[in-house]
Design a protein around this ligand. Structure first.
Ligand code: ATP
Ligand code: MG
Ligand code: MG
Length: 552
């Protein structure tokens, strides 16, 4: 697929190479392993790996694991799997924690240069002293400690002499800077926690704003691409690179993060949905995670095409989630076999069809891609149709089945509804119809026309199947994501996001494998669920309905 959507980052890189400012590029994708990746991360992955591929550069996968409280190896593994599944292969695989020694040494260098000091103020006090946009910050009483005292205290911090929160190391920059990020930011904190990679070696950990530029510089990253919230941190990024005397000179560039309608993208909220049992794990098909999208049935191609279409800019604003649906329909249109499945079965007996007779009907596997060939569908005296395709007292312009009406069965015959069988509660449980052998599909019958075409399956041979239909997990309302509390967020969870139906599919579906994808006639695209599809038990996730009004 060709893509012409604007990409501000690509333009910068192209210019840097064309003007000879750089002769090569290195990017990185730096997730924190504190959750599973989501579709927003896919945008960052596709951007970082995409530009490197285009300009013969390299891309590292780097785990930004400087915050051990929330990190876990399960997340590391899922992230690797998701990046690969999206179609990318990293050049270097790194952990920020591999650089803890180097980072510590650079912090010591800053202390020696009089550019960092140990502060005994609490984090709250530091926030108070920092001032506001209109009011300059106040110096900490510990700001003017001597280099020797700072060196001694910092070493004792490392050795575990102090408890959590008792001291921090701060960069000594400018307490009256108009940019609050430069008012002596904290660069190391004490945290007596075991790290998934370094174990108990460290009880002090670098802060993101200090660690990230060092990680980039150590790896020779040229373009450190991040989302717009970090724009104000760029001067600090440059300050760290310069004052730590790093050899590499990475630069930070920002783009607008992806937001989608009817979903949330914050890992904290996604984790809450998992932990509190609102979904069946991080890979629940309703989740906007890469693993959830995969399990739902989205393909890497559809996600890449979507990310290319939305482009890369500094704009905020949410993208309509239906746009992603457009790209999965496009991708599956020619690839997915067509088939028939009845989600809410209603038995139909064709009273004039000979008992015991079975005939095989031939149908195209994909009328838009004839190379896929044909399939055989059995037809006999008893079939299932969709409950929703029959109404006893239909409204005007109803063209499906009702008493006395005739419809076409897809790939088969015209049938006419002659009789209704009800149970003791008055529920319709069976229809008796007659068929007209003259009307067989494909024979060129033109004697009369019918307006409705129904899908169906042969009752005797059909294979039972479970269908899972989804609605958006989150009901969209105008909310300020930052202001939203955990409680008000949970009020937006859609209670009807999952519907499970027990129905039937064509008998040739019995060998379906996890992740096989189909277009079920009139119902849209489905994916065989990889967690629940086993041997005889078929479970299909609806990826998208057939049509939407959405146009790009
Ligand atoms: P958290 O929810 O914990 O704040 P995060 O979004 O910061 O998570 P990271 O693991 O730090 O997640 O992100 C890795 C990379 O993915 C970062 O470079 C970040 O800029 C990018 N990224 C994260 N969310 C989005 C998004 N919605 N759109 C585009 N890029 C994103
Ligand atoms: Mg983060
Ligand atoms: Mg974030």
């Amino acid at each position: 697929m060709e893509h012409n959507s604007p990409n501000i980052i690509r333009n910068i890189i192209k210019e840097d190479l064309e003007t000879g400012k750089l002769d090569h590029i290195v990017t990185r994708f730096p997730p924190e392993p504190n959750g599973y990746l989501h579709i927003g991360h896919a945008k960052a992955i596709i951007l970082n790996f995409g530009v490197a591929d285009e300009f013969n550069g390299k891309t590292n996968l780097r785990f930004d694991d400087t915050n051990p409280q929330k990190e876990d190896i399960e997340y590391v593994n899922s992230i690797k799997e998701d990046v690969k599944w999206l179609g990318y292969d990293w050049d270097g695989l790194f952990f920020a924690s591999d650089y803890f020694d180097e980072m510590y040494n650079r912090a010591v260098l800053l202390i020696k240069k009089g550019l960092a000091y140990v502060d005994d103020l609490s984090v709250d006090e530091i926030r108070e002293y920092r001032g506001t946009l209109t009011e300059p910050g106040k110096d900490s009483p510990y700001r003017n400690r001597s280099v020797d005292e700072n060196l001694d205290l910092f070493e004792r911090m490392r050795k575990g002499a102090f408890g959590n929160g008792e001291k921090v190391l701060r960069a000594k920059i400018d307490m009256s800077s108009p940019n609050i990020n430069l008012r002596d930011p904290i660069i190391y904190r004490i945290a007596h926690v075991t790290h998934h990679n370094t174990g108990d070696k460290w009880c002090i950990y670098p802060m993101y704003a200090f660690a990230h530029p060092l990680e980039d510089a150590i790896e020779g990253v040229t373009h450190s691409i991040c989302t717009l919230e970090f724009e104000d941190q760029r001067p600090l990024y440059d300050w760290v690179v310069a004052n730590c005397e790093m050899e590499g000179t990475p630069h930070q560039y920002e783009f607008g993060r992806l937001n989608l309608t009817n979903t949330v993208m914050s890992k904290r909220k996604l984790k809450q949905l998992v932990d509190e049992g609102f979904v069946d794990g991080w890979d629940d098909p309703r989740m906007p995670t890469i693993s959830g999208l995969r399990r739902r049935g989205y393909t890497p191609e559809s996600i890449r095409d979507f990310c290319h279409e939305i482009g890369v800019s500094k704009a905020y604003g949410a993208v309509d989630s239906q746009m992603l649906d457009h790209f999965i329909r496009e991708d599956l249109k020619l690839k997915a076999p067509r088939t028939m499945g009845v989600l809410k079965p209603l038995k139909v007996v064709i009273t004039n069809y000979p008992e015991g007779q079975v005939e095989m009907l031939e149908a195209e596997i994909n009328p838009e891609n004839l190379e896929m060939g044909t399939r055989q569908i059995p037809f006999s005296r008893e079939i299932y149709i969709e409950q929703d395709d029959f109404i006893e007292n239909p409204p005007k312009k109803y063209f499906r089945l009702f008493p006395g009406n005739e419809v076409r069965l897809k790939h088969a015959y015209f049938i006419k509804c002659e009789d209704i069988i009800k149970d003791e509660n008055g529920e319709v449980i069976e229809l008796h119809c007659t068929y007209d052998p003259e009307t067989k599909s494909g024979t060129g019958f033109t004697g009369r026309k019918v307006k409705g075409t129904l899908h169906w399956v042969d009752a005797r041979s059909a294979h039972p199947a479970e269908f899972r239909l989804y609605e958006p997990l989150i009901l969209d309302e105008e909310v300020d994501e930052e202001e939203e509390t955990e409680k008000t967020f949970l009020e937006r969870v859609n209670p009807n996001s999952l519907e499970i139906l027990q129905g039937f599919v064509e008998p040739n579906m019995k060998d379906v494998k996890p992740h096989d994808k189909f277009q079920f006639f009139r119902h849209g695209y489905f994916n065989a669920d990889p967690k629940h599809t086993k041997n005889d038990h078929l479970v299909f996730n609806q990826i998208v309905e057939l049509k939407s009004s959405f146009k790009i």
